[in-house]
Design a protein around this ligand. Structure first.
Ligand code: C5P
Length: 241
């Protein structure tokens, strides 16, 4: 099912404390999904999830899991118990790790304790270039490694992948609509690029095939975060075919 423009936007809660996170959520009345990453989760743990749930928000847990299959499956079950809707794992953890995670997500949902968590595979971190991949023995061709790992994620039963805006089209072409695509590196035309180098506007990314957009500073750093959020929703609405 195609998400509505508002549901496509995932707000990056890149803050160090629960208080700052919750204050930000409070300033984003119309946003639904918030990304909690390593910094905030390490600081606050699942106590933060209770707060987000109480505010009726959805949680994208971005911990990029990478461990033995049994351990990752256990983390998926734990996240589900805490009401996490979406979470990330490293596709380089291998087929069995991803398949066990997918099984755990399905079993958790079948038990009737909430919707199945959406599992998203991380392929090659955008901080790595060809020579870095070579150093860890993964060959030097980033693009073909991304395609290969996305294909493995699909075969293992993951729901989608996280990729940079530049990779959306090729992944769509290769794997159709079956893999959900989540992309950061999004900048509306009216926002500053900051440290993001290869950026795309929200409408461009959706036109190329992105399902969800992870957006941080253009929204969280705006004088009124909710207004910035609604401005992007409107742009997405207007660019709908
Ligand atoms: O503030 P900004 O919109 O740049 O935030 C984007 C979010 O997406 C941050 O949480 C960042 O860590 C994450 N991200 C990214 N680029 C990647 C992967 C994740 O910007 N390649």
């Amino acid at each position: 099912m195609t998400p509505s423009p508002a549901d496509r936007i995932i707000i990056a809660l890149d803050v160090p404390t629960k208080e700052e996170g919750i204050a930000l959520v409070g300033r984003l009345a119309d946003a639904r999904t918030f990304k909690v990453g390593l910094e905030l989760f390490t600081a606050e743990g699942p106590a933060l999830f209770r707060k987000l749930k109480a505010l009726r928000k959805d949680i994208f847990l971005d911990l990029k899991l990478h461990d033995i299959p049994n351990t990752v499956a256990g983390a998926v079950r734990s996240a589900h118990r805490h009401g996490v809707q979406m979470m990330t794992l490293h596709t380089s953890g291998g087929r069995e790790m991803m398949a066990k995670a997918a099984e755990a997500a399905k079993a958790a949902a079948d038990a009737g304790t909430g919707p199945k968590p959406i599992l998203l595979g991380v392929t090659v971190l955008t901080s790595l270039k060809g020579s870095d991949l070579e150093e860890v023995g993964m060959g030097s061709d980033v693009a073909s490694q991304v395609l290969r790992l996305a294909g493995l994620a699909k075969a293992a039963g993951l729901d989608g992948v996280v990729c940079s805006p530049q990779e959306i089209e090729v992944l769509r072409k290769e794997y159709g609509r079956e893999l959900a695509i989540v992309t950061p590196g999004i900048r509306p035309a009216w926002a500053a690029a900051q440290d993001q180098k290869r950026i795309m506007t929200p409408a461009e990314a959706v036109a190329k095939g992105a399902d969800y957009l992870v957006i941080g500073r253009p929204i969280t750093g705006a004088p009124s975060p909710n207004e910035a959020f609604l401005r992007i929703v409107e742009e997405l609405d207007q660019s709908r075919p």
